[in-house]
Design a protein around this ligand. Structure first.
Ligand SMILES: Cc1cc2nc3c(=O)[nH]c(=O)nc-3n(C[C@H](O)[C@H](O)[C@H](O)COP(=O)(O)O)c2cc1C
Length: 194
């Protein structure tokens, strides 16, 4: 039984291209006997504050940061429970949606998701596993210099130890919605088929 975590971050609700592509990919990868855990980040992921920064930086947290640490712990627990990750990462103003960046800020925890090496460097502590970044843009080619979202997310996942990353990019939806979505769904079908 495969457990797939589908993280969506689009602010465009039911109209979202990344949400529909991510849904299809997550369901297909889970298969008939698998489970899909849905995490919609637009439902209130807190932004960092000084109290949250202090709490997240200390292994046991601080009294003032209890609420944020609970959210962070929950997000990390569901990440660890997943064998496969599907992450919706639409292109908003050259980067990822703020909700996805807020998620990243909450799950990067020294001693939990990354750690220090003896030589003074940093090492990812999450187990590598298949991860799929599902992106979409109005015009900019995904993977080009105008897309800092997928470049950033790939680097961030690598920092935590997740390097087996595949990309689904629906580039230029505003110019050719049907054609771009059909090609992206074809890519999804190929990834599901393996
Ligand atoms: C706030 C916002 C910012 C956007 N910024 C860009 C951009 O910088 N480049 C681009 O090509 N498209 C941009 N778009 C278009 C989106 O990338 C496009 O609507 C895509 O479908 C978003 O994925 P989604 O439908 O899953 O939200 C933007 C859309 C929104 C709502």
């Amino acid at each position: 039984m495969t457990t797939v975590l589908h993280i969506s971050s689009s602010a465009r609700g039911a109209e979202s291209a990344t949400r529909s592509l991510g849904d299809a990919l997550a369901l297909g990868l889970a298969g008939d006997d698998g489970v899909v855990i849905e995490r919609d980040l637009t439902a209130a992921v807190p932004l960092l504050t000084v109290e949250a920064c202090n709490g997240l930086a200390s292994p046991k947290g601080t009294k003032e940061s209890t609420g944020v640490l609970e959210v962070s712990d929950r997000l990390i627990t569901e990440l660890n429970a997943a064998e496969v990750l599907v992450i919706g990462c639409p292109l908003y103003n050259f980067g990822p949606p703020a909700a996805l960046k807020a998620w990243a800020d909450l799950i990067a925890r020294n001693g939990i998701t990354f750690g220090d090496t003896e030589s003074g460097g940093l090492v990812g502590l999450l187990e590598d596993r298949p991860a799929y970044i599902v992106s979409a843009s109005g015009g900019a080619p995904i993977g080009s210099d105008f897309d800092l979202a997928t470049t950033w997310l790939r680097a961030f996942l690598g920092f935590l130890g997740i390097r087996s990353v595949e990309l689904v990019g629906a580039s230029g939806i505003m110019m050719n919605p049907e054609g771009v979505m059909a090609a992206a769904h074809q890519r999804v079908a190929e990834l599901i088929a393996g």
